[in-house]
Design a protein around this ligand. Structure first.
Ligand code: ZN
Ligand code: MN
Length: 437
């Protein structure tokens, strides 16, 4: 047992897949485009250019907040976050400070723990620096195609104490964003970027440590886990030597598997936040928010609980099927036809027994399952009827089964098979267990 406990929170940035950028009409889809071909006076930050907020981006930001159980602040505004860096031509980023669109949400993990979401706010992405050699000289070039792309930032409370829960949470965020259809959340393309705030405290202490280290811009779940593990052991060494780790921003070196100091961390007041004078505050209405909420698709957590309660699938099958929308759709449509037990369908799909391409329709899938089990199609209604009949006429065997005598199960299966010899044994077993409960 370690004497130290990890204190961990996240900031996740997600680029929205709107048609245009956050405050101008330039295309938001910037990946792989010729540098600086998708810019205008607004996203280049030229003097006098005026930003106009993208209504779709605001709607999507609020929908994400709603999906994360947040309360929506009907009165909201944009603020300037001032800092100088070459990828930010205005020398400030338009973001949200004290009145974000959404706050106080929560996400539940599979182990039952609840993670509090501090806020979900709207901001703009920055340009991208490219280090290159031009005419034999090492230079840094700036591509402003990304500058002004709508960016949502999700901030959690430091509610995690281990990297495994952390990665589960981050994967959940990615899945929610994809379910909403508001971003590709593709980390290799930078559409979803992860930052972890990490500190350690003595076990038993409940106040937050007097520092935190921010590991920025990590682009895979595997690397963020490694970065956290590395950082925790580094910080424990510093603390065991009687020191407090420096409050700083670090990057993660993928090749070395280590975090590397980048700069000592600014405090919020270093950014001189103030209300964006060029954009009036945003006033949403209750009706608008209610409508957006009603438009939310079935969220991953709802899909998982449906697969569990309605179809009684195993945890493994639930996790595979809930992560793939096409698989989920095919599974539920097929199961609803009631000709094959849900478990059989799920096993068939999860174990990819269909081969390389997913069957196109429930009928096709049912055909494949039936030919793979080589049984002639049997009528589920017929099997159920016989099973119920056998159960009601074999009270002693049923009582034995309930008391744990598995022999009785085989006896009952045999009774059913005598009447319906084509009934698949697995199906019969499942039905007997279901109806004898
Ligand atoms: Zn522009
Ligand atoms: Mn941000």
């Amino acid at each position: 047992m370690s004497d130290w406990q990890t204190v961990l929170g996240f900031e996740v940035h997600v680029e929205l897949a709107t048609n245009s950028k956050m405050f101008c009409g330039c295309p938001a889809d910037h990946f792989g485009k010729t540098p600086n071909t998708q810019t205008c006076p607004v996203c280049l930050g030229l003097p006098g250019a005026l930003p106009v907020p993208n209504a779709k981006a605001i709607e999507w930001c609020v929908k994400l907040g709603l999906a994360l159980g947040c309360k929506v602040n009907l009165f909201s505004k944009f603020d300037r976050k001032n800092y100088f860096y070459p990828d930010l031509s205005k020398a400030y980023q338009i973001s949200q400070y004290d009145l974000p669109f959404c706050s106080e949400g929560k996400v539940e993990l599979s182990n039952g723990r609840t993670i509090r979401i501090t806020r979900v706010h709207m901001e703009e992405d920055t340009g991208k620096l490219q280090h290159a050699t031009v005419d034999g000289e090492k230079v840094t070039l700036v591509d402003f195609n990304r500058s002004g792309v709508p960016l949502v930032e999700i901030v959690t409370e430091p509610d995690f104490d281990n990297p495994e829960d952390g990665t589960e949470f981050l994967k959940e965020i990615q899945q929610i964003v994809r379910t909403l259809g508001i971003s590709s959340a593709d980390m290799e393309k930078g559409s979803m970027r992860l930052e972890a705030n990490i500190s350690v405290r003595p076990v038993g202490e409940t106040i937050l440590p007097p520092y935190k280290v921010e590991v920025k811009n990590v682009n895979s779940f595997r690397f963020i886990k490694k970065a956290i593990e590395y950082e925790v052991s580094r910080q424990i060494k510093v603390r065991e030597a009687g020191n407090i780790p420096l409050q700083e921003t670090r990057g993660f070196s993928e090749s070395r598997g280590e975090t590397v100091s980048q700069r000592t961390k600014e405090n919020a007041n270093d950014y001189r936040y103030f209300p964006e004078p060029d954009i009036p505050p945003v006033q949403l209405t209750e009706d608008q928010v209610k409508r957006w909420k009603s438009q939310l698709p079935k969220l991953p957590s709802e899909v998982r609980s449906e697969l569990k309660s309605v179809y009684q699938l195993s945890l493994h099958n639930i996790s595979v099927i809930s992560q793939d929308n096409a698989l989920y759709k095919l599974f539920t449509e097929t199961a609803q036809m009631n000709s094959i037990p849900a478990k059989t369908i799920a096993d068939f799909l999860v174990n990819k027994k269909y081969g390389n391409t997913l069957p196109e329709s429930p009928d096709q899938l049912i055909g494949l399952i039936q030919s793979s089990t080589k049984s002639t199609p049997v009528d589920m209604g017929e099997i159920e009827k016989i099973v119920k009949d056998i159960i009601s006429t074999n009270e002693k065997a049923v009582a034995d089964l309930k008391s744990g005598k598995t022999q009785s199960l085989f006896f009952l299966v045999g009774q059913v098979k005598r009447q319906l010899k084509d009934a698949p044994v697995e199906t019969v077993k499942e039905l007997i267990e279901k109806y004898s409960r």
